[in-house]
Design a protein around this ligand. Structure first.
Ligand SMILES: NC(=O)c1ccc[n+]([C@@H]2O[C@H](COP(=O)([O-])OP(=O)(O)OC[C@H]3O[C@@H](n4cnc5c(N)ncnc54)[C@H](OP(=O)(O)O)[C@@H]3O)[C@@H](O)[C@H]2O)c1
Length: 262
């Protein structure tokens, strides 16, 4: 069976984490291609500003504010989109937080928040949408993970664990979803210039502009491939790094991040 690719006439696109950064620009990009895009995040004003900014485009943006950790609210949004807009054709699970952690001052609350938003926030939207897509006999889902999930990086004990988990979740679901005409993809971006990375305490090689990253993500949605990754020179380099024996992996990573001196 060829992979299903969602199109605007099939229903709405729902994207989480659309009040800033990558999600904001992906939503704008989809609206420019004629999609009706439901956008979720906690900052209602920013979602409304996005909807206003997209008014002249061929598609439209519908603010559906909410906290992805609120399971009932995410189910309600999914149900409303199905009943009022003829179904969810495309789901982009993008909301995420990055809280840099140092072993010298670990806080349980930072782990809990990261796991709640990045993991439960994804399943809270994924499950109601998958139930709907299964009934509809088609659907497309992209889960925004990160190269930080490939292997442990400094300050990423919580963030990296969630992203490794999301990649594994997408891989695992693909086996079943391939059988029921649901196209699942995982997104592995490198560094993108967004509010989330502005205070990163280490060098960010191959840093991408957010508009460029958003269009690479949207382009990837039309491919039948499982992985959407950019910029490839960096992300494939990291994949190779993670194949090396641990002593070499840690040696190179410490030098590349400057962590050997801290
Ligand atoms: N920037 C990078 O270098 C990079 C690299 C790889 C992967 N990524 C991933 O790309 C995704 C987008 O990140 P970004 O860089 O664009 O960061 P960002 O600008 O900080 O955007 C994060 C988005 O997630 C939303 N969000 C956070 N907590 C939420 C919650 N509890 N409920 C609902 N929405 C919530 C935020 O909205 P509110 O605060 O309004 O709720 C915001 O819209 C994340 O999954 C991130 O891990 C980013």
């Amino acid at each position: 069976m060829s992979q299903y690719r969602a199109k605007p006439s099939d229903g709405v696109a729902w994207i989480t984490g659309a009040s800033s950064g990558l999600g904001y620009h992906v939503a704008k990009n989809l609206a420019a291609s004629g999609w009706t895009v439901a956008v979720t995040a906690r900052s209602e004003d920013d979602l409304q500003a996005l909807a206003d900014e997209c008014k002249s485009l061929s598609g439209q943006v519908i603010p559906t504010p909410g906290d992805v950790t609120d399971q009932a609210r995410m189910s309600d949004i999914a149900e409303n989109l199905v009943s009022s807009h003829g179904g969810i054709a495309l789901l982009i699970l993008n909301a995420g937080v990055y809280l840099p952690l140092r072993a010298s001052e670990l806080k349980l609350a930072d782990f809990d928040k990261t796991f709640a938003v990045n993991l439960n926030g994804v399943t809270n939207c994924l499950v109601p949408c998958l139930n709907h897509m299964r009934d509809a006999g088609r659907g497309q889902i992209a889960i925004v993970s990160s190269v930080a999930g490939f292997g442990g990086l400094p300050t990423s004990a919580a963030y990296g664990a969630t992203k490794a988990g999301l990649t594994n979740m997408a891989e695992s679901l693909k086996f079943d979803l391939d059988l029921i005409n649901i196209h699942i993809q995982v997104v592995h971006p490198g560094f993108i210039d967004t509010p989330a990375t502005q205070s990163n305490p280490f060098p960010m090689p191959f840093l991408m502009q957010v508009e460029d990253a958003a269009s690479r993500l949207v382009d990837g949605l039309s491919s039948s491939g499982f992985e959407i990754t950019f910029p490839k020179r960096f992300t494939w380099g990291l994949k190779l790094l993670n194949l090396l024996p641990y002593p070499v992996y840690f040696w190179i990573t410490k030098r590349a991040t400057g962590w050997g001196k801290k």
